[in-house]
Write a protein that binds this ligand. Structure first.
Ligand code: GUN
Ligand code: FE
Length: 451
């Protein structure tokens, strides 16, 4: 099959957690389904032919010498209806923040015009920041979440979207919750069916997600019912788990066990489950998650505000738990997964090396090995993709072509390169630590050029 697009240049990706692969001067061919059909190196005699053919057909995209192709970024945890609050309201603990700022804001998305305007602005901004896949918490009402799906389809962003389910009258305000468990379950089913009906074909760009907000806002009847729907309708699942002392303590007090154990009992811990935060998971929880194939959305920025603890990333990875990164907008204040991965690097260093200068260096931190730049990049790309079981996050044959071009030395960008520093591994390190919005020159999702 003739390619629809050929990108010629050097690519970086991390096929496994601690391995950077440099694909030097390759022709990346993309087929009509938006998949990578071949990666042809310069010493392969077919490359010349492919490039000449693509040039003649006007489908060649040639990278400048100081530009690199990378997989698109995956945001594993973001609250779409908190977008207007980005950069505000971080002066209260989680349980106060929800009631004082967040529920009133999310309730406003019952207005479809408001939802359309805000979601359009948000999706365009996130795409421009390099987020090619996003796992969204929507709001409680069904229609605005379908509007979000429409917006993602229009702008071409790969998305997984959940209608938030929350029915517990003890913890959720009357003005913003599902009337009862039965209503929440019926609305969830209807949302899944309607979102699926919006797209035809085998490879939908937007997928529905079962989304209990977190155990404290859901009754047992709702959680059990959502577990049944997950099995029946074969869906992704997302929720918040063990985020803060208060949240983890609430679950322990109500159900007598950890979030992970409770979710597992309700049938909500599966291979396609993503747990946001999971800061207070212990080794038993980690082992259970690894057995089920459930993943963590690590949200280092919002953890600094709400968790009062650092997610034990190294221990979770070593225990075989899948992990990717989330912005947790608006608990986190940046829309950029590049920012997220840098916060993950810093948080991991603080946890390992410690923080309190009055303590002796040996006793200051946990002593665990901090995250490397290769691992941080992996979390932001392949790690997130694996958490979602989606064929993105790597530059490899058969993967969807969700990719960015990072172009160094653009005016105003912090990503600069100099002739004596041009070893690819050095450039990669700079890219991970300094690439910003200005450095992102091109964006594709499923082979479609978005920017
Ligand atoms: N726990 C329940 N809801 C939320 C939310 O909106 N943000 C965060 N960070 N934690 C939550
Ligand atoms: Fe969250």
């Amino acid at each position: 099959m003739e390619p629809e697009l050929v990108v010629l240049g050097t690519g970086f990706h991390t096929p496994s957690r601690d391995r950077l692969e440099v694909l030097a001067n390759c022709a990346f061919t993309v087929d009509g389904k938006g998949r990578i059909s071949g990666i042809v190196p310069s010493d392969d005699p077919r490359q010349g032919e492919i490039v000449t053919g693509a040039e003649a057909r006007g489908i060649l995209h040639r990278l400048p010498a100081d530009a690199w192709l990378i997989p698109g970024l995956v945001d594993l945890h973001i609250h779409a209806p908190q977008w207007p609050q980005l950069g505000n309201a971080l002066d209260e603990p989680l349980e106060v923040w929800l009631q004082k700022y967040t529920f009133p804001l999310e309730a406003r998305f019952a207005d479809p015009d408001f939802a359309r305007e805000i979601y359009d602005d948000m999706v365009r901004t996130l795409v421009a920041q390099g987020t090619t896949t996003a796992l969204y918490f929507g709001s409680v009402h069904r229609e605005p979440n379908l509007i979000l799906a429409e917006v993602c389809l229009r702008h071409g962003q790969r998305a997984l979207i959940g209608k938030v389910a929350m029915d517990d009258a003890e913890t959720c305000p009357d003005y913003y919750r599902d009337a009862d468990a039965a209503t929440a379950l019926a609305e969830t089913r209807a949302f899944i069916a309607e979102l699926r009906a919006m797209q035809h074909g085998l490879d939908p760009l937007v997928l529905p997600v079962i989304t209990p907000r977190f155990i404290p806002s859901c009754t047992d009847a709702l959680l059990a019912g959502l577990g049944e729907i997950a099995r029946e309708m074969d869906c992704h699942i997302q929720t918040h788990a063990s985020e803060s002392d208060w949240a983890a303590g609430y679950v322990l007090h109500r159900l007598g066990c950890s979030d992970c154990t409770a979710l597992d009992r309700f049938g909500l811990l599966t291979e396609r489950t993503v747990l946001a935060h999971a800061n207070f998971i212990d080794s038993t929880d980690m082992a259970l998650m690894a057995r089920r194939g459930a993943a963590v959305a690590h949200c280092p920025m919002s953890n600094a505000y709400f968790a009062n603890a650092v997610f034990p990333l190294r221990r979770a990875l070593d225990a075989g738990v899948e992990v990717g990164l989330g912005t947790d907008i608006s608990g986190g204040f940046s829309p950029s997964i590049f920012d997220g991965l840098r916060h993950a690097l810093m948080a991991s260093r603080h946890l390992g090396r410690g923080t309190d200068p009055s303590l002796a260096p040996e006793g200051r931190g946990t002593g665990e090995t901090p995250l490397s730049t290769v691992e941080a990049f992996w979390l932001a790309t392949a790690g997130g993709a694996d958490a979602l079981s989606l064929p993105v996050g790597r530059l490899a044959q058969g993967q969807c072509f969700d990719a960015l071009v990072i172009h160094a030395n653009r005016p105003g960008s912090g990503l600069r390169t100099f002739v004596d520093q041009d070893r690819p591994e050095k450039v990669f390190e700079k890219l991970v630590l300094t690439a910003d919005r200005t450095a992102i020159s091109d964006i594709w999702v499923n082979g479609r050029k978005l920017i």
